[in-house]
Write a protein that binds this ligand. Structure first.
Ligand code: ADP
Length: 474
């Protein structure tokens, strides 16, 4: 097979820094690509938390990068296959993008600097065929590569979530060090503001998003977040590839975070996991189903619909556990509900890897009624753990979950739409199946655990896309 050298640029990578699915993808996809023979190097910012972890970081390069104060030096360190760009804009504070729920006001400066450093790194490494950029935080890299005439390098831009486009006030344009003619509606302007994600879409050789359905949806006004026109105009280079999950990290047969390991052939461990999950949240014992939810508590994830259906669900005897953080109003409402429904509902506000494993393994059903979902990882993790996902008919949830009524081997339940009324129907159906149709439930658990949710097929599709982007033989 011909050699491919790829620089994979991401603002978060598991286990170094994570706020969501992008971090998991940025760890698992490059690892799988390497197994396929693609030489894939990952680069990310050196956040304070990573420095505090006291890893053995190896100094690799010193890059010269422009800032408002003139040229500055950025050190590049490595740890395993990851390169870290070190700069005070990342190491001078906690967190990745925000503090107490508010975005850092200098995020444009921070991530344009990171993107300029990535473009410089391409030059320093010298033999990169394709740069793979992910979401708005690295969407400027293709613009910098083109601007510095490094046009022999191919660029792939992946949209993980169109809802976050990197919108900034036009007065900040000089901070980008890009030609002013790029600030027009065909390029990086968006209704008088700077739109960073547009740079990735316009300047890349190929654009993809993380499921075929989402790739189609974002070309329509309902899901395009204002970019549907631009995205339709680049449909010739826009595709969708579903994500996989890290099947080593998420493996019920070996998972060290759960009370009992289990497999499709022997589910006894799952019963232990359910008991231990209920204990962890001080829930009253019951034979009724446990519904889990993990995720960012934002409108996208349909948290408001879940809040509406919880009281009815608990009245039917079910238990609900929630792990997440995000919108302070949702956090508060969830805590209030927990306080008034003690013993039947458990809420943990925060980010907790171990608890996420416990919930995936210990729940019977997983609530994921997203309004839109580029791909979604949690529904795939749930299926691997024999936990039936309750999903909506959008994006990756459509592509990855075969639902009851849609196939003869269902592994999920689909609400007809992302609304409280339809979610209520779906959860009632879940309770009915759990209490009255154990044969169907067991078949669904089995079907779910049989799904191929690995990176095997998706990584092969990415390698094909890289070959399309690669411009020349070296
Ligand atoms: P998104 O990327 O939109 O946030 P995904 O379902 O694609 O949603 O991926 C979310 C990932 O982050 C999953 O691995 C999920 O388990 C994890 N996650 C989200 N919130 C939390 C949390 N509060 N604690 C632990 N893990 C979380």
């Amino acid at each position: 097979m011909e050699s491919l050298r790829v620089l994979f640029c991401s603002s978060e990578v598991t286990p170094y820094a994570k706020t969501g699915g992008l971090a998991d993808v940025s760890a698992a996809l490059p690892a799988e690509l390497r197994r396929r023979g693609v030489d894939c190097t990952v680069v990310m910012p050196l956040y304070r938390e990573i420095m505090n972890a006291r890893l053995q970081l190896r100094p690799r390069f010193t890059l010269s990068v422009l800032t408002g104060a003139g040229p500055t030096e950025a050190q590049v360190y490595s740890h395993k296959e990851i390169l870290f760009i070190s700069h005070p804009l990342f190491s001078d504070r906690t967190g990745l993008y925000s503090y107490s729920g508010y975005d850092y006001p200098d995020n444009l400066e921070r991530f344009s600097l990171f993107s300029r450093a990535c473009a410089e790194l391409v030059r320093a490494l010298g033999n990169i065929d394709v740069v793979h950029c992910n979401d708005w935080q690295t969407a400027l890299v293709p613009a910098y590569l083109r601007d510095s005439l490094q046009t022999e390098v191919g660029c792939l831009f992946t949209i993980h979530n169109l809802a976050y486009q990197g919108l900034f006030d036009a007065v900040l344009w000089p901070m980008l060090f890009l030609p002013h003619e790029y600030f027009n509606p065909e390029c990086m302007e968006f209704y008088g503001r700077i739109n960073v994600m547009k740079a990735g879409i316009v300047f890349s050789d190929a654009v993809n998003t993380v499921s075929p359905t989402y790739a189609r949806e974002i070309q329509t006004p309902a899901f395009g977040c204002g970019l549907e026109g631009l995205l339709s105009s680049v449909s010739h280079k826009l595709t969708g590839i579903v994500n996989g999950i890290d099947t080593d990290t998420w493996n019920p047969e070996t998972d060290e975070h759960i009370a009992g390991t289990y497999s499709k052939a022997d589910l006894r461990g799952k019963a232990l996991c359910k008991r231990s999950l209920m204990d962890a949240f001080s829930l009253d014992p019951t034979d009724a189903p446990v519904f889990g939810l993990i995720g960012r508590l934002v409108e996208q994830k349909g948290v408001d619909c879940v809040l509406e259906v919880i009281p009815g669900l608990l009245q039917e005897g079910a238990r609900v556990v929630v792990l997440g953080n995000g919108n302070p109003a949702y956090e508060k409402r969830l805590k209030e509900l927990e306080a008034s429904l003690k013993g039947r509902m458990g809420v943990h506000i925060g980010f907790d890897e171990r608890l996420a494993h416990m919930i995936e393994a210990g729940s019977d059903f997983f609530l994921m009624p997203s309004r839109f979902e580029p791909c979604g990882l949690n529904q795939m993790i749930s299926m691997r753990y024999g936990t039936i996902p309750i999903v909506t008919p959008v994006g990756g949830l459509k592509d990855t979950v075969k639902a009851l009524g849609e196939t003869d081997r269902p592994c999920g339940i689909r609400a007809a739409s992302p609304s409280a009324v339809d979610l209520e129907h779906a959860v009632r159906e879940a309770v009915r199946i759990y209490t009255q149709d154990k044969a169907l439930l067991n078949a669904m658990i089995s079907n779910a655990m049989e799904q191929d949710v690995s990176w095997d097929a998706p990584s092969s599709e990415y390698a094909d896309l890289y070959r399309i982007c690669k411009k020349r033989e070296k």
